[in-house]
Design a binder for this molecule. Sequence first.
Ligand code: LMR
Length: 342
Amino acid sequence: RPAAPSVPPPSGAPGDAAGEVAEGVLAAAWEWAKIATGNMLGPDQPVILHLLDLEPAKNALEGLRMELVDGAYPLLEGVLTFTDVAAACRGVDVAVMVGGYPRKAGEERKDVMAKNVSIYKSQAAALAENASKDVKVVVVANPANTNALILAENAPSIPPRNITCLTRLDHNRALGQISERTGSHVSAVRNVIIWGNHSSTQYPDVNHGSAGGKPIRAAVGDDAWLDGEFITTVQQRGAAIIKARGLSSALSAANAVCNHVRDWLRGTPAGAWTSMGVVSEGAYGVQPGLVYSYPVTCAGGQWKVVEGLPIDEASRSRMRTTEAELKEERDLALQCLAERKE
Ligand code: LMR
């Protein structure tokens, strides 16, 4: 049998109220169950899960461990629980970073910035010192792009190409909207792109995609909708779910994490790309070092930005707007970290 990878969740929601902690553990439960059934690494890959949370969540975490054991998942070779981040990171091959204060109704992602970036700075050190040398990291907690940037800056021994953030959730949301509008099965909608930040400035771009074999613009036949309501619906879907559920997305986020890691490690399907937040190397004129969502293809565990797509003026302007927000977030994050040090 192939070596079992460890799949740790460095930290659930470090809430100060018991309810918030339980919410974090519950949201993560979707993730672990999906990983245990092979959704993330494939049907032949055994896994060992490392579950990390704060001390107040210890009992909830033990309950989750018991439920995972009771699932009798054939691929699940072990479930270990931790409240110590260094121990949780030991030897892991894939790190799903869900730790952070979740955004509440009415809050902007920037509101959770100060609390969350300092978590990422300390977890960067734990990962760099303890995880496997080729650990693949996907940051989910918000502000996801900027948390990933802070992680990359504070874990210089981890190759920047191994640090990503989740925008597959936005990508899937865009596929879902186009599928509903055109009546094409969602699997027949391909090659949408999420550019930039996992926030309300992201740019869901349909100009290179197809639905039912036709260009999306022709299949939809309504440019005003595509350039207006479609974009805002995808940009604000996270907030709409928080408003409807009273809680941040959980099932769709867990599904997107599995899609993200699976495509990264096992490859994107022929002729298709996905969207991933990656450390910019300057493609499409984006400032190097920012964690920016691009269209990527993956093979052999490596992602590659889809280069050379023609970008019209309206798209260019939206891509710059979301890049400008990422620069602002980075500056704010660095300022928060500097103030914490003083
Ligand atoms: C989402 O997109 O569902 C999450 O990132 C929640 C949020 O804060 O937007």
